[in-house]
Design a protein around this ligand. Structure first.
Ligand code: FAD
Length: 559
């Protein structure tokens, strides 16, 4: 049989057939927001940087991340990665290891952020150099403002430097990211604690003041014996781990969150021979800490006990010698975000020479301007307060204490300050660059001046799975638990360049046109116009929908 005979051939140019007149339905190329990007509080364009990383183009991938997030090396290590929890690939063999790829991009990519020469050159003061303060300074610096960051500690970074331990976030990684920020001509003034009056007086010299002082006051238990020698509190202890208690045999860490896990694991490294127990009122398996951290703590020989609350610290000669505990259970109301502890039958005394209470931190209200109501600060979504020219960012206002949330809040606040200085309406402009249904806003979209809402999400059901062969994720290795006891070396290894490219190649790039040309080749009417972005010629599109079906990433739709 002659195959050619079955193929219709036109003897004249098909340009004459205006097939677009056949139907009012037309195909449109229209990128969508991937679910991972919608879930990322920093709004990183994950499908875009994954495209570059998959091709080994780490410099371009880094440039892409830096549009939205100034601290990829930090987030590539400590972010609780809500993006991965929403990855469409998790419906198959496992989510793309986005955090690991981000870490690799930060490691292998080179490039510095650029200052946009702004329409207004405001002078902005930022108080606090944690991730929220650094993020606010970064985005304001990029917009061409003169920014001065005031920090009370000797070095920059906030909790990133003085809280999160070296074995999870090496100081060199943080320093590299801070050096990158210096390209934006930001002035950093360290060893300068500001107080209520000095904060308010800053407004005489600056057009706006952003407070990003975090939450450094430890919550107390309010029980007998808290004044005893040998009783410490999570964050203050982590920022300068005390060795005042010589060679404790038994250390108890009270709390079941991430800070408690870090406290227990730092204790393990400082006192490798001690017995270390983490005790919390929640049942084991219901601790609020990220399970990965709890698992690593258990691997390091830390005992984890749920269902107990401390009643009093017992001492002898002013020194701690034990803790009396009561059996209890926790009742959570997930809708209200509250919990209640009720006592059960049973008490016990646990011997301890050292206890580190790690049950959370609150802002240091005494240094904040008085107009801000204690325990409840009302701000706009971009951090503006009722005090003129005063904005807030980070843990000070965030409900969720996480680095990526602090970065997100710093970015929104920076944009809010910028828009106020321009005399624009932040509410209107920020809603135009909001990413999906989350709180993240896109700095890239803001710079481009796009008014296209990024609110349509690429669904898993629209991804053409047959084009993506099965491919399990690559998970990096870890330092041997035996070795971890005696060392602050980073526990988790990173991906090599090739591994990172391979892992990035698993990304479906949901909602993003990668120029795969399936629509171009399959369109019977030659209606697809290649370009950046691709488009559809309405004169020729007869609305057959082949391109919509063919697009592997849900980028073409019919209207
Ligand atoms: P901070 O990081 O607290 O920075 C505030 C800065 O303000 C500090 O540098 C402080 O010195 C400075 N400052 C305060 N008062 C003044 C003043 N009066 N004058 C001048 N400077 C001042 N999140 C994650 O996502 N992943 C993790 O793995 C993780 N681990 C954590 C581990 C620990 C031990 C802790 C405590 C928190 C952890 N978090 C983690 C939470 C996260 O670190 C915080 O949510 C985040 O650092 C908040 O950023 P911030 O900029 O608002 O505040």
């Amino acid at each position: 049989m002659e195959l050619e005979a079955l193929i219709p051939v036109s003897r004249i140019s098909t340009e004459g057939f205006r097939t677009g007149q056949w139907s009012p339905r037309k195909a449109y190329h229209s990128e969508k927001v991937s679910p991972c990007r919608e879930a990322c509080p920093a709004g990183s364009d994950i499908p875009e940087f994954m495209c570059f990383a998959a091709e080994g183009r780490f410099d371009e991938a880094l440039k892409e991340i830096l549009h939205e997030n100034p601290l990829p090396g930090v987030c590539g290590r400590v972010c609780p990665h809500p993006c991965q929890d929403h990855c469409n690939r998790s419906n198959l063999e496992g989510a793309v290891q986005i955090r690991e790829v981000e870490r690799a991009v930060a490691e292998y990519g080179r490039g510095l952020p650029q200052r946009e020469e702004g329409k207004v050159g405001g002078r902005i003061a930022v108080v606090g150099s944690g991730p929220a303060g650094l993020s606010a300074a970064y985005f304001l610096g990029r917009l061409g403002h003169r920014v001065t960051v005031f920090e009370r500690q000797k070095e920059l970074g906030g909790v990133l430097r003085y809280g999160i331990p070296e074995y999870r976030l090496p100081k060199g990684v943080l320093q590299k990211e801070i050096e990158r920020l210096k390209a934006l001509e930001i002035d950093f003034v360290t060893s300068t604690p500001l107080h209520r009056e000095t904060i308010l007086s800053l407004r005489q010299d600056f057009d706006a003041v952003i407070l990003a002082t975090g939450a450094w006051s430890p919550r107390r238990l309010g029980i007998r014996g808290e004044e005893l020698q040998g009783v410490f509190y999570g964050l203050p202890w982590l920022s300068s781990p005390s060795t005042a208690t010589t060679d404790p045999r038994r250390i108890v860490v009270i709390g079941g969150g991430d800070v408690a896990v870090d406290v227990a694991r730092v204790s393990r490294r400082l006192y490798p021979e001690a017995r270390i127990v983490m005790v919390a009122p929640e049942r084991e398996g219901e601790f609020p800490a990220i399970p990965e951290g709890l698992l690593e703590a258990a691997e390091e020989g830390i005992e984890i006990e749920g269902g107990w609350r401390p009643l009093e610290f017992l001492g002898e000669g002013g020194r701690l010698k034990g803790i009396r505990f009561r059996r209890c259970e926790v009742h959570r109301d997930p809708d209200a975000g509250t919990y209640r502890i009720t006592d059960l039958e049973g008490e016990r005394i646990e011997e301890a020479q050292m206890v580190i209470v790690s049950i959370g931190q609150v802002p240091e209200w005494e240094v904040l301007p008085q107009g801000l109501k204690q325990g409840h600060i009302e701000t706009t979504p971009w951090g503006e307060t009722a005090i003129k020219g005063l904005f807030l960012a980070g843990d000070l206002v965030n409900r969720k204490a996480a680095v990526v949330e602090a970065i997100s809040s710093g970015k929104r606040t920076a944009l809010g300050v910028h828009l106020r200085l321009l005399g624009d309406d932040p509410q209107k402009v920020l809603s135009e660059v909001k990413i999906g249904g989350g709180r993240a806003v896109s700095f890239k979209a803001f710079l481009k001046g796009t008014s296209k809402r990024l609110d349509r999400i690429a669904e898993f059901s629209e991804v053409s799975r047959y084009l993506f062969p099965e491919c399990p994720p690559i998970r990096p290795g870890k330092l041997d638990p035996g070795e971890r006891k005696f060392s602050f070396r980073e526990v988790k290894f990173g991906l090599g360049k090739e591994e990172a490219s391979h892992e990035a190649g698993r990304c479906f790039n949901c909602g993003k046109c990668t120029g795969c040309d399936l629509c171009f080749f399959l369109c019977p009417d030659l209606a697809i116009l290649k370009g950046d972005p691709y488009s559809v010629n309405p004169d020729y599109c007869k609305g057959c929908g082949i391109c919509v079906e063919a697009c592997p990433r849900d980028v073409v739709e019919m209207r």
